[in-house]
Design a protein around this ligand. Structure first.
Ligand SMILES: *[C@@H]1O[C@H](CO)[C@@H](O)[C@H](O)[C@H]1NC(C)=O
Ligand SMILES: *[C@@H]1O[C@H](CO)[C@@H](O)[C@H](O)[C@H]1NC(C)=O
Ligand SMILES: *[C@@H]1O[C@H](CO)[C@@H](O)[C@H](O)[C@H]1NC(C)=O
Ligand SMILES: *[C@@H]1O[C@H](CO)[C@@H](O)[C@H](O)[C@H]1NC(C)=O
Ligand SMILES: *[C@@H]1O[C@H](CO)[C@@H](O)[C@H](O)[C@H]1NC(C)=O
Length: 468
């Protein structure tokens, strides 16, 4: 006997029945979502693929180019695993030039901190070994062991990447680049290239707010504090500074109700100088004389003598922090590291070249690049454009890479779903996997109206709930 249900199950499998039921429920949730007045003038898109076959289960405006915000990091993380490998580690060398007078302990030369891009050098996010204090201690010990009692100076060496300065990215805005999440990067990073300014409100509305303390300030810092006190409980204070400049402006408001530990996390203008200065100060405190102030150099030196090799945690660990905390600086460092290690592009062009060419390889050049405009490795750039179809296809394709487990493990779990979030002003994105239910998805909305990100996020979560 011909039975339509059996026929259906033979064609699509038992679970497909359940999958289509979910998709039906999702469609309802989607219809409700797009009827929201805050969404009425927005641009939005959703693609859901079957994680087993890659076929489209649901799509809305799947080919529309939208800002992916930090959901772009899913591609950066994949490229890093593909080209560097999950065990990849960064090495930072401590070396010196010249010779040591064995009687006086005078090194007639310089001590070099030679970076290769390690974004975790001096970071507090890992175990003891990556912290600034333990690295400085280790370096002082190595210098002491060699019998050095005095030297000419400490040099932050960025020669591996052949550039001296921090590198700014196309499409990053003034509002971003002074903040911790918009900090620059170079071959030599330190304390994730951020420092902290503690501020407190004045005694009444419109009174000047005060800078209480600056933790681990970069050298020669000059701050102009223009912060005033506001009655509202939403703080709108920002730190503005130029790449490479030691002059910063504090602007905006601090709430009367600001907590006692209220602080601003600010971008360090020159991370190589930052670490060289910290070592200089620490050596002096320890009683080792350093004649000159710290400097940065970017030309390669011959005949340096090795004092220490510092290794970063493996890439798999760095990726967990990258995807879960969404640290933009890591993304920029990863694309430059890939360019440097593979020679695919110059470091300058890396943000424009590395991810598009990887996407092209993954999607077998299926005209997918026409849907892609990428200018950074983090998603912070306002110039990035991507379609949800391309991103979902990428996530689908990655599933049978040999390193997929490490990739999947690095994803955060948000609202019970393995997905990476993205947030920019009036933009929210999510991309990830609901493997139990055979879904791979990408969602983006740009230009939604008048809601705070947390409010819009709740609506998106409740829509995605129907897929769980
Ligand atoms: C879909 O919605 C219907 C009606 O609310 C519900 O009975 C069903 O359990 C839902 N399906 C799934 C897979 O959640
Ligand atoms: C604070 O300054 C603004 C703008 O100058 C002014 O409109 C407001 O009345 C002031 N508020 C108080 C409480 O002084
Ligand atoms: C480095 O050492 C080699 C061998 O001792 C020597 O020939 C060369 O001139 C040195 N280079 C520099 C720049 O001092
Ligand atoms: C590329 O297009 C071809 C032909 O349409 C298709 O068979 C193939 O699966 C596509 N590849 C990817 C990765 O989407
Ligand atoms: C992924 O798996 C599919 C199905 O097993 C296979 O056809 C395809 O070649 C695989 N791709 C890669 C990159 O291994």
């Amino acid at each position: 006997m011909w039975n339509p249900l059996i026929q259906f199950l033979r064609l699509f499998g038992l679970s497909s029945f359940f999958v289509m039921d979910r998709i039906g429920n999702f469609s309802n949730a989607w219809q409700q979502f797009i009827r929201d007045p805050h969404v009425a003038h927005a641009a939005y898109s959703m693609t859901i693929l079957d994680s087993r076959t890659g076929s489209i289960l649901f799509e809305y405006a799947k080919d529309l180019g939208l800002s992916p915000a930090s959901s772009l990091k899913t591609i950066t993380a994949a490229a890093a695993l593909r080209y560097l490998g999950s065990d990849y580690t960064y090495e930072t060398l401590l070396q010196y030039s010249g010779t040591i007078d064995t009687v006086t302990g005078f090194l007639d030369g310089y001590i070099y901190i030679v970076g290769s891009g390690d974004p975790s050098l001096g970071s507090w996010r890992y175990d003891e070994t990556t912290t600034a204090d333990s690295i400085i201690k280790k370096w002082i010990e190595a210098i002491k062991q060699t019998g050095i009692r005095k030297c000419r100076g400490i040099i932050g060496d960025t020669s591996r990447w052949k550039n001296k300065k921090m590198i700014l990215i196309d499409g990053w805005t003034w509002n971003d680049i002074g903040q911790w999440y918009g900090t620059g990067h170079s071959a030599l990073n330190w304390r994730e290239n951020e420092f902290t300014i503690e501020v407190q409100p004045g005694s009444s509305v419109n009174a000047s707010a005060r800078v209480i303390a600056i933790k681990n300030p970069p050298p020669h810092l000059k701050i102009f504090n223009e912060l005033i006190t506001a009655s509202s409980d939403d703080d709108a204070s920002l730190y503005f500074s130029l790449d490479g400049s030691n002059v910063g402006y504090l602007r905006g408001t601090v709430s009367l109700q600001a907590p006692p530990d209220f602080n601003l996390r600010c971008a360090v203008p020159d991370s190589a100088l930052y670490v060289a200065d910290e070592l200089t100060q620490a050596l002096r405190t320890y009683g080792i004389q350093v004649e000159q102030e710290a400097i940065v150099e970017s030309s390669e030196k011959e005949n340096l003598t090795l004092l220490d090799i510092h290794q970063s945690p493996p890439l798999s660990k760095l990726l967990e922090q990258f995807l879960r905390i969404s640290i933009n600086m890591y993304g920029e460092v990863f694309v430059k590291t890939i360019a440097h290690e593979t020679g695919q592009s110059s470091l300058f062009d890396a943000p424009l070249k590395i991810l598009p060419s990887y996407i092209n390889i993954l999607l077998e050049n299926n005209k997918s690049l026409e849907a892609v405009a990428i200018t950074d490795g983090s998603g912070l750039s306002r110039s990035n454009r991507l379609s949800t179809y391309v991103l979902a296809q990428i996530l689908f394709t990655l599933q049978n890479q040999s390193w997929f487990d490490a990739y999947y493990e690095a994803f955060p779990t948000i609202n019970g779903i393995r997905m990476k979030s993205g947030t920019l002003l009036n933009t929210i994105a999510y991309a990830g996997y609901i493997i139990e239910n055979s879904f791979v998805f990408s969602f983006m909305i740009n230009n939604y109206y008048g809601e705070t990100a947390p409010d819009m996020r709740k609506k998106v979560w409740s829509m995605l709930d129907s897929l769980k």
